[in-house]
Design a protein around this ligand. Structure first.
Ligand code: ATP
Length: 667
């Protein structure tokens, strides 16, 4: 006999599993049954090419034997079994990457964290220690004569030794804790199997012994794959139990899709959208995909070819009638049947999402908060489904409707409004009354308020929605306003020239504004400026961000601008100082930082004392409020965020770099 320490991660997982994570210890049974069923599936698959593996025993089943006298509960299967190496590897280490980080997080968050997350690591087997203080696993691989015994108390590592075992497969003996004797009760076991494992496609037999009748074997599950049943024969509870078995999720799924497709390519599918995103949603190396069966025979897990990458959060089972049983991952990639299934499934999942949006708006909202950023990825990359995905996108908006779909926006467009306006920026409070919105809002135009790092990229990919082009409010030109600004250009000419002289290369141009109503100045993006998402990408990758000098726009009708104009050549130094202040205020309103906060502070103090009385009223108060809103304000007075303007999900926030569209670029 050899003794071994657990890999460090295993000890931590065991500690967590036993002491804090699973509040419902019943789940140990479904975990062990599910492992047994997987082992039977694997054997059936292996035997397709090597019938001898059955060795005369093709009655694949799981047996549960409660032994009331000595208290162990035995769960055994005649599946593939494990060699000594496999026992050590499978039950002594944790293969999934990221486990360490998760454990640290869960340890910190404790029970209030996400107990469901632990299931994502395939620690199912360790749940045996919820009810047992010693677990013995005897296993004999199919096709081999020797067997091995693994034994552990879940604390001090495990021992491994050769042993005798009749027949192939794995026998797990749970020496139950004193307070877990309930799991020896027939009635309790029957109930648990009915609840959690009724649909396991292999028979689960309860072994009981009676003085009169001797040993009795009784099948206690239906043993027909759930997806092969008709929808009307499956209850919500059964779908939930199936889903939880499949994913180890702690919660019910957010939405379920059960379909049978007939025609050239025939298949059944039972798919789920989990309520919570997996921890590795944005990890390109994560295991993901659906479980593939061919005519009820399990073929493989994590098949990524059955759905596009932007639906990678969907979990479930696909059972094809057309694929060959010996299909490999390589064959799958080029298979016509697989691309036909993928097309159908994608359409069906999108139908499901349309339906969710129409019939359960609250659920859809929560779906979008969790997975919206992944869908947007699809809108940006998958031209085949771009239009359908676009219909599902949700954005914060200036209209008083909370969030909106693009269809909703389009329905509210004013007569004569040609474009869908949007404003991209990280600070929502800046956006709500941003100078960029003034002219648009004055005309009654709604503006989408975007804040996900991918938003602008998606808008560029979409180009338009049902014929209406997207237009960035920071660049937007509004026809009549353009005319008005041309007229104002002549009037303002001396001040525009002066401002350009004062600001030099900090700005590309100074012009009369067509968009401003209440604000004296703003910075506009030149037509071909580097989009904010590109800047964010460069910044996230540590690459230099090209500087894009903005266009300073002055409001010809603002009293301050009029006063500056009226001063002409007089007080040139004061005019220069006022222009610099206007420029800094415009930068803050844009959400950028200002280059020299102390010079700014000095100028502000001087200006407040200055005979330009206009500063003390409208301009000054506007100025103060832009300072308080700007995260980069030297005064750093933060306004309360407006929750109704929130877009993007926790996933987006957790995985994307925070983005300031203009930081480091203006001037
Ligand atoms: N009864 C069994 N027969 C054969 N192999 C088994 C059996 N039980 C467990 N294993 C092996 O041990 C591994 C670890 O099992 P465990 O339940 O901890 O995680 P998992 O089944 O891989 O993941 P998940 O629980 O998420 O499905 C399995 O992947 C399997 O290879």
């Amino acid at each position: 006999m050899t003794t071994h320490a657990f890999q460090a991660d295993v000890s931590s997982v065991l500690e967590l599993v036993v002491h804090s994570l699973y509040s419902n210890r019943d789940i140990f049974l479904r975990e062990l049954i599910s492992n047994g069923a997987d082992a039977l599936d694997k054997l059936r698959f292996a035997a397709l090419g090597n019938d001898a593996l059955y060795a005369g025993d093709s009655d694949l089943a799981i047996r549960i034997t409660p032994k009331e006298e000595e208290k162990p509960l035995v769960i055994e299967d005649n599946g593939v079994g494990m060699s000594a190496e496999e026992l050590a590897k499978n039950l002594g280490t944790i293969a999934h990457s990221g486990t360490k980080e998760l454990i640290e997080r869960l340890t910190k968050e404790g029970k209030s964290g996400k107990p469901d997350l632990i299931g994502q690591f395939g620690v199912g087997f360790y749940s045996a220690f919820l009810v047992a203080d010693r677990v013995v696993v005897e296993s004999r691989p199919a096709g081999e004569a020797g067997a091995n015994r693994w034994s552990s108390n879940g604390r001090d590592g495990y021992s491994l030794e050769a042993c005798e075992k009749e027949g192939r497969g794995t026998k797990i003996t749970l020496h139950l804790k004193d307070d877990a004797a309930e799991y020896l009760d027939d009635y309790r076991l029957r109930n648990l199997v009915k609840t959690w494992s009724d649909f396991v496609a292999h028979p689960i037999r309860l072994v009981t012994e009676d003085e009169n009748e001797g040993v009795k074997l009784e099948q206690i599950n239906q043993a027909t794959a759930l997806w092969t049943r008709s929808k009307s024969d499956v209850t919500e509870e059964q779908y939930k139990a199936f889903y939880q078995n499949l994913t180890n999720d702690y919660e019910a799924p957010l939405a379920t899709l059960h379909a049978r497709v007939e025609g050239t390519w025939e298949f059944s599918a039972l798919l789920f959208i989990p309520k919570n995103a997996p921890f590795d949603l944005f990890d390109p190396n994560a295991r993901r995909g659906l479980r593939l069966f061919v005519r009820r025979v399990f073929i493989m897990d994590d098949v990524g070819d059955l759905l596009p990458p932007w639906l990678r959060f969907v979990r479930g089972v696909v059972d094809s009638d057309d694929l060959p049983l010996n299909v490999s991952r390589e064959i799958l990639q080029d298979s016509k049947a697989v691309s036909a299934i993928k097309k159908q499934l994608t359409k069906k999942v999108l139908d499901l999402l349309d339906d969710l949006a129409a019939t359960k708006p609250e659920d859809f909202k929560s779906f979008f908060a969790t997975y919206g950023v992944v869908l947007k990825e699809g809108a940006g990359t998958d031209a085949d489904y771009r239009d359908r995905i676009a219909k599902l996108l949700q954005y914060a908006t200036t209209a008083d409707v909370g969030t909106t779909s693009l269809e909703g926006y389009k329905g509210r467009m004013k007569e004569g409004q040609k474009s869908i306006y949007y404003l991209y920026g990280a600070d929502r409070t800046t956006k709500a009354d941003s100078p960029y919105l003034e002219a648009l809002v004055k005309r009654g135009y709604e503006v989408l308020l975007m804040s996900d790092p991918v938003d602008e990229w998606v808008v560029e990919a979409l180009g338009n929605f049902q014929g209406a082009p997207f237009e960035n409010a920071q660049k937007a030109k509004i026809d009549e306003a353009e005319e008005a600004s041309k007229a104002a250009e002549g009037k303002l000419a001396p001040l525009l020239t002066r401002a350009k002289e004062v600001l030099g290369d900090l700005v590309r141009e100074v012009r009369a504004s067509a968009r401003l109503v209440d604000s004296p100045a703003c910075l506009a993006l030149p037509e071909h400026a580097v989009p904010a998402y590109m800047e964010a990408l460069l910044r996230a990758n540590g690459r230099p961000v090209p500087k894009t000098p903005r266009i300073l726009e002055l409001n010809p009708n603002h009293p301050l601008v009029e006063k500056l104009l009226a001063r002409g050549e007089d007080g040139a130094a004061d005019t220069a100082s006022a222009i610099e202040l206007l420029y800094d205020a415009a930068k803050l309103a844009e959400g950028s930082s200002i280059d020299d906060p102390s010079a700014f502070g000095r100028r502000l103090a001087e200006t407040a004392r200055h005979p330009y009385g206009g500063f003390s009223c409208a301009f000054f108060s506007r100025f103060r409020s832009s300072l308080s809103r700007s995260p980069r304000s030297p005064l750093a007075v933060r306004a309360k965020p407006n929750p109704s303007l929130t877009t993007g999900g926790p996933a987006a926030a957790a995985t994307q770099p925070s983005m300031d569209p203009a930081a480091g670029t203006a001037g």
